[in-house]
Design a protein around this ligand. Structure first.
Ligand code: MN3
Length: 223
């Protein structure tokens, strides 16, 4: 849908013969760029295996449907009611897995800034009282997702900042919300490094947030 160029279908990053139309985007940083907060080993499995599997399963699901192959993945998952019933679940799960992971990679950066820049920081402080309280609330929402899922900072349909959690590979796009930042809390995102300590993973993640990206999403969504 918007602002997520890397996740676009229809050959945004070129088409791999016989595998399209959706392609695995490369990580926007080196595998070891986020160490020690997220290790290269975690990222290798997470990106090269888990994300890659969502992409190939999504391609398999849309293979019989040329019209679905032409739509950006964000549009597929934002409007599941438009999907043929036979593949609705497969496209929601695997399209969500593809789009959510692409978005997550963009939310991370080596030595990210500690805080967002002006506009987004001001909006966060207005909505959540302080940046620390915001971090606490988003952290709590992410840690509190039951089972597998995602924690999000979004702009809702009234352009208000909102913190929410989604189960499995569900996306706030389906609620008409625009994601600004996400935290993957599937066990595969942290288990190799943090085992059962999801809260430690979430706490470490604050060191590698790409606030420039979140700020850009915020500006685009409000424009
Ligand atoms: Mn994941």
């Amino acid at each position: 849908m918007q602002n997520i160029a890397l996740a676009s279908g229809a050959g945004a990053l070129g088409q791999t013969a016989g595998q399209g139309p959706f392609t695995l985007p490369p990580l926007p940083f080196a595998y070891d760029a986020l160490e020690p907060h997220i290790t290269a080993q975690v990222l290798q499995f997470h990106h090269d295996k888990h994300h890659a599997t969502y992409v190939s399963n999504l391609n398999a699901a849309v293979a019989p449907y040329p019209d679905l192959q032409k739509r950006p993945v964000e549009d597929l998952i934002a409007r599941p009611e438009t999907l043929p019933e036979a593949v609705r679940t497969a496209v929601r799960n695997n399209g969500g897995g593809h789009a959510n992971h692409t978005f997550y990679w963009n939310c991370l950066a080596k030595a990210g800034a500690a805080k967002p820049g002006g506009e987004l920081l001001a909006a966060i402080e207005k909505r959540f009282e302080s940046f620390d309280k915001f971090r606490e609330q988003l952290g709590k929402a992410a840690v509190g997702v039951f089972g597998s899922g995602w924690g999000w900072l979004c702009l809702d349909e009234n352009k208000q900042l909102v913190i929410e959690g989604t189960p499995n590979q569900e996306t706030p796009l389906a609620r008409g919300h625009v994601p600004l930042l996400t935290i993957d809390v599937w066990e595969h995102a942290y288990y190799l490094q943090y085992q059962n300590r999801r809260a430690d993973y979430v706490a470490a993640l604050w060191n590698v947030v790409n606030w420039d990206f979140a700020g850009q999403q915020f500006r685009n969504a409000r424009a």
